[in-house]
Design a protein around this ligand. Structure first.
Ligand code: UDP
Ligand code: MG
Length: 311
């Protein structure tokens, strides 16, 4: 039988948590009854340094229901870190991560489990439409996915952190030791067989978003800077282009001088500016290339991941 762990990060979620715990434990109960998952399956709530009654609510439900487990972090570490704390400190066959506000549709959880049983190690929850988002959130998200694609980062569009991972996938993910966490870009690097399930995302019923605009921008920038060295390569490229252009500019300045169509000092000044700006950007690009290599080295990602072997 398959042991399922549903991992729920919680940061100041006192308004909605009791309701979410009830929905999830009812779901767990029915999945156990239908023999989809084993009786020792669990819900794991990670308290990410909440300053309200979140942890007290988790404790209260834990005493009443043995399926409910809790992990409390010493302070607020952030959503991604809370997810890892849950994944790496729980043993199960299948792991599903979902936000505490249950905006993601819990009714596709059964479909996720069935897919995993058919041999998929990663099942992504993908939003069908974005009509519950504001105009700004919808379009900024779409631009972000396009930009990431341009920067060579593989992402599943319209997928956040609602997904199923098998034990094999979680174990492999734990070999990625990086500290700038952007899980939705790490998971595709894990590889293995993956599939999507589609759902409609609801509006948050109670409480407010824990991802205000500022946090969202920081998160997006982290996603770019920890997965793409393309901006650094762009410096080298522009250095080369500007050096070539400045060479032509210099030739033109000298020709103008020889034609006597300049005032004194203009040619030497022009030549110095074009020469040194070309060289400066080119040299910055060279430094950038080394930084790009260091960037890849320090991540220390696995060089290969073996899926199956025949002996
Ligand atoms: N969260 C967390 N730590 C944080 C911020 C958020 O654990 O520092 C959790 C939060 O409790 C929720 C999930 O991350 O379970 C996603 O947050 P939210 O639903 O507010 O984001 P949104 O849906 O608005 O993008
Ligand atoms: Mg939410």
């Amino acid at each position: 039988m398959t042991k399922l762990a549903i991992i729920v990060p919680c940061f100041n979620e006192e308004e909605i948590l009791s309701q979410s715990i009830k929905t999830l434990s009812d779901l767990l109960k029915s999945l156990i009854k239908e023999k989809e998952i084993s009786n020792d399956s669990i819900l794991v709530f990670i308290n990410d340094g909440s300053r309200d009654k979140t942890w007290e609510i988790i404790e209260k439900h834990h005493t009443k229901n043995p399926h409910i487990k809790g992990i409390s972090l010493s302070r607020n570490f952030g959503h991604q870190e809370a997810l890892l704390a849950g994944l790496y400190n729980t043993t199960a066959d299948f792991y599903i991560t979902i936000d505490a506000d249950l905006q993601d549709d819990t009714s596709v959880i059964k479909e996720m489990i069935q897919n995993a049983k058919q041999g998929y190690d990663i099942v992504y929850g993908v939003r069908k439409k974005r009509d519950t988002d504001s105009f700004f959130k919808k379009h900024s998200a779409l631009c972000f996915y396009k930009l990431m694609k341009l920067l060579g980062v593989e992402l599943v569009s319209n997928h956040a952190d609602f997904r199923l991972l098998t034990k094999k996938a979680v174990d492999t993910m734990s070999t990625f030791k990086e500290r700038n966490l952007f899980l939705r870009a790490i998971v595709p690097l894990v590889g293995y067989k993956s599939t999507n399930v589609y759902y409609d995302r609801k509006k948050r019923e109670l409480g407010t978003t824990k991802y205000p605009l500022k946090k969202m921008i920081i998160f997006a920038l982290k996603g770019i800077s920890s997965f793409s060295a393309v901006p650094l390569h762009l410096i080298t490229l522009s250095g080369i282009i500007i050096s070539i252009l400045s060479l032509f500019l210099m030739i033109w300045a000298i020709i103008a001088y020889l034609n006597n169509s300049t005032i004194a000092g203009w040619t030497s000044l022009m030549s110095a500016i074009t020469f040194f700006s070309g060289i400066t950007i080119l040299f910055m690009g060279i430094i950038g290339e080394y930084i790009a290599s260091i960037f890849i080295e320090v991540k220390n990602r696995p060089l290969y991941i073996i899926d199956k072997t025949l002996e």
